[in-house]
Write a protein that binds this ligand. Sequence first.
Ligand code: ZN
Length: 268
Amino acid sequence: MVTRADIGVIGGSGFYSLLDDAEEIELATPYGPPSDVVTVGRIGSRSVAFIPRHGRDHRFPPHRIPYRANLWALRSLGVRQVLAPSAVGSLRAEYGPGAIVVPDQLVDRTSGRTQTYYDIDGAVHVSFADPYCPAGRSTAVASARAGGWETVDGGTLVVIEGPRFSTRAESQWFAGNGWSIVGMTGFPEAILARELALCYTSISLVTDHDAGVEAGQGVTHDEVLEFFAQNVTRMRTLVSETVQSLPEERTCPCGSALDGIKLPFELP
Ligand SMILES: [Zn+2]
């Protein structure tokens, strides 16, 4: 394979126009095809592979996204750092729509999603105490602040199974635990990236207040889509700036996540 990329972006389909000299690549993985063809191109001096998380036509709901294929495809192109922009609900009154949260912790409330590559030929236990890349996080925070976003450095992302939104009681329970934002796609994406020794950074755009914070009817899908559409150009700029500011050499711990572990197969 000749086409390579250093940085992966998994995000909404508004991100296509990020890439210069773009080339579309159809990839097969041991876990089936990724969400869509992978677009590889450049942002400034950096080579980037982009996968639309839900597919170009939005055919995959959060619980059906081929997460394993997506991360595997990126790694097989040479990607070692992944940025994951997504839309989230806020659990805190003080973070309103338009805030960027770069979480440093995650709570998995999904069920029934395959969350490992290592389900045959012995167990592989990777550390997940700190699920996100520290270098990616600080780069994303700096880029968001420089872009004038209201930026929250750290916080806990709760990933729910979906596709339904939270009940008011669930939302109040999450908030009562001190957690910050709710989404549907951040897991197993984060652990699968770790299992491939990739850097992974969530860049979460608050589109609404979750049910427990909101006094009215709670969030609707139309509201989320409309808000995201209004902000897609700004998000694209933020991802582009973050890509160009990521360190070229990895000095974070992510690349050694598998050191000393005997893997049942070779990574691409
Ligand atoms: Zn890292």
